[in-house]
Design a protein. Structure first.
Length: 481
C-alpha cells in the first residue's frame, strides 16, 4: 500500500498543484521525528492560564535562576512571579511600554545576583529587589540591548554602532555592575559602520548584529573586548528582536545576498534554514518588528517567529527542520489569527514552560494536556499534497489504513475528508473512532473510498484530544481510463 505524504516536511515555495502545500494546509501542529516512520503529526500544546498582570500586553519574560525568580514586564512595570501564579510588583524605575525587553543576569564580585533589563530604558534589580535606574553619568540610558560576559555587563547606544561595558570604578577599586564611565568606553563596530541592532553573548563570545553584518568579539583580558579577526559574517539583521539562542546555535531573521532568510548560526557560519518559506517571507511588506522566542515542550524545541505587521506566526522545529504556521482562534471574528503567545521562558526549578500574551498581561503555561488557548479552540489539521501516485489515469481507492494515537481523553474525535481532481469542494467529514475496542494506539481501516485522478486528504481533530497521526496508507487500483 503506498504511504501518503503526511510524514514529510512541508514545502511552500511552489504552486500547490505541483505537489506543494499552502500554509493553510497544515496548522497548529508540529512534526515529531519517529524512528522508521518519518515525521508524525502532533498537535501543538495548549495554553493554560498561569498569571494575569492586567490589561497591558506583555513586553518580556525571564527566568532569573540565580535569584530563583520569574521576572515579567508588562506595561513598563516589572513583576516577580511565584510558583502558584501570584506576583509582586517590584517597579521603582519603570521601563518603556510596548517595546520588547532584553534581559541579562550576572552578579557582583561578592556573588550577589544582578539583573539588567533594557528596552530603550535601562534598569537593574540588585539581589532580587525593586528596579533601579543606574546613576553613573556614563550609563547608556537609551539602550535596547544588554548582555553579560566575564563579570561585565555590556549595552548598546541606540542608533549608533557603539556599545559600552561596566568596569572597575577608580573611586572604589572594585569592578562594579553599575559603573559605565570607563575611559575605554565606548567601543565601536567598524566592519560595516552600520547601527548596532542586537547583542548576544554566546559561547564566551559577543555577537554584534547590524543590518549589514554580524561582528564577533571576544574578551582579550586587556581592552577588554576586541573583534575577532576574520570572524565577521555577511548576514545583516532584519529584525533586532528575532535573535534567539537555542540548541547550541543562534537563530535570526536576516538578509544574505539581498535575500530575506532565517539563519542558524553555529560555529560563526550562517546556515539558511528558511528555504521552504522564503517566498512567503519575501511577500511580507514589513518584518523589522518580528519577534523570536524559543519554545520547548515535551522534548520538542521550536524557534517561534512572530510577524506582528503581517499577523502571522511560524514555528520552526529545530529537530525535524520543518516550518509550520501557528495561530489562535479569534472568538469574536470566528477567524484564525496570529498566535497569542509572545515572550517565553523555561523555568527549570518548576519544570514549567511559560509564555506571555501579546494582547494583555496574561501569562500562560504550555501544557500538552490542555487542548485550547485559555478558552479559545485550537484548530489543528494536516492535509496531503494532490496525490496521483505518479500516473494520470483514474484510480479506485479500495482501502485507507490509518495509524493514529491519542492521549488519555476519551471525548475527542478525529475527522477525515478529501477533495478530488483540483476541486475546492470537500467531501463530507468521516468521523474516525478514536478508541475501537478500548485501544489507544491502533490502526483504522476505511474501505470503498471512491475514484479519482488526483486527490488530497485532510485529517483534523476536535479541541479536546491530543492527536498523533503516525501514518496513512492508501491502497489504489489503477483503472484503464
Amino acid at each position: 500500500m503506498p504511504r501518503l505524504k503526511f510524514n514529510q516536511a512541508p514545502y511552500y515555495n511552489t504552486d500547490q498543484t505541483a505537489n506543494a502545500l499552502d500554509p493553510d494546509d497544515i496548522f497548529n501542529v508540529y512534526l515529531e521525528q519517529t524512528p522508521d516512520v518519518g515525521l508524525s503529526v502532533r498537535r501543538r500544546p495548549g495554553l493554560r492560564l498561569f498569571a494575569d498582570l492586567g490589561d497591558s500586553p506583555g513586553d518580556g519574560l525571564f527566568y532569573w535562576e540565580a535569584a530563583s525568580k520569574i521576572i515579567a514586564v508588562s506595561g513598563g512595570r516589572a513583576y516577580s512571579l511565584n510558583y502558584d501564579g501570584t506576583f509582586v510588583d517590584i517597579t521603582t524605575a519603570t521601563l518603556a511600554s510596548g517595546t520588547p525587553v532584553k534581559f541579562a543576569d550576572g552578579s557582583k564580585l561578592d556573588g550577589t545576583p544582578f539583573l539588567y533589563m533594557a528596552n530603550g530604558k535601562l534598569v537593574y534589580s540588585d539581589g532580587g529587589g525593586n528596579t533601579t535606574y543606574p546613576t553613573d553619568p556614563g550609563t547608556p540610558t537609551l539602550a535596547t540591548q544588554v548582555i553579560y560576559l566575564n563579570l561585565r555587563f555590556l549595552a548598546n547606544e541606540r542608533g549608533t554602532s557603539r556599545f559600552l561595558f561596566t568596569d572597575t570604578n577608580p573611586a572604589t577599586g572594585v569592578l562594579e555592575p553599575d559603573y559605565w564611565s570607563s575611559s575605554d568606553n565606548p567601543l565601536t563596530c567598524e566592519a560595516k559602520g552600520d547601527s548596532l541592532l542586537s547583542m548576544t553573548a554566546f559561547l564566551q563570545e559577543i555577537y554584534n548584529w547590524g543590518n549589514q553584518s554580524v561582528e564577533v568579539w571576544q574578551d582579550d583580558g586587556i581592552t577588554p573586548f576586541v573583534p575577532i579577526p576574520q570572524a565577521t559574517s555577511e548576514a545583516g539583521l532584519e529584525a533586532k528582536y528575532s535573535v534567539v539562542q537555542g540548541d547550541n546555535a543562534l537563530f535570526a531573521l536576516c538578509v544574505i545576498d539581498k535575500v530575506r532568510c532565517v539563519i542558524k548560526l553555529s560555529g560563526r557560519t550562517p546556515q539558511i534554514i528558511s528555504g521552504p518559506i522564503e517566498n512567503i517571507l519575501a511577500s511580507y511588506s514589513q518584518v523589522d518588528d518580528a519577534i523570536g522566542q524559543l519554545v520547548s515542550v515535551g522534548g520538542v524545541h521550536l524557534y517561534l517567529l512572530q510577524f506582528p505587521s503581517a499577523g502571522k506566526t511560524w514555528a520552526y522545529d529545530i529537530k525535524s527542520n520543518a516550518w509550520v504556521p501557528w495561530g489562535t482562534w479569534n472568538l469574536l471574528t470566528g477567524t484564525m489569527g496570529q498566535f497569542i503567545g509572545q515572550h517565553s521562558c523555561f523555568v527549570k526549578t518548576w519544570n514549567k514552560h511559560l509564555i506571555m500574551s501579546r494582547l494583555d498581561g496574561k501569562i500562560y503555561e504550555f501544557d500538552r494536556n490542555v487542548h485550547e488557548d485559555d478558552g479559545r479552540p485550537i484548530k489543528s489539521y494536516r492535509r496531503t499534497i494532490w496525490e496521483d501516485h505518479g500516473a494520470g489515469n483514474r484510480k479506485r481507492a479500495t482501502r485507507l489504513r490509518i495509524k493514529i494515537k491519542t492521549g488519555a481523553t476519551v471525548t475527542g474525535a478525529a475527522f477525515l475528508r478529501f477533495a478530488d481532481n483540483g476541486a475546492e469542494e470537500w467531501s463530507p467529514y468521516i468521523e474516525l473512532p478514536l478508541y475501537p475496542e478500548g485501544k489507544r494506539d491502533f490502526v483504522l481501516d476505511l474501505t470503498r473510498m471512491g475514484q479519482y485522478v488526483s486527490r488530497r486528504y485532510e485529517v483534523s481533530i476536535t479541541d479536546d484530544a491530543d492527536l498523533c497521526l503516525v501514518w496513512v496508507d492508501e491502497d489504489v487500483e489503477a483503472l484503464r481510463f
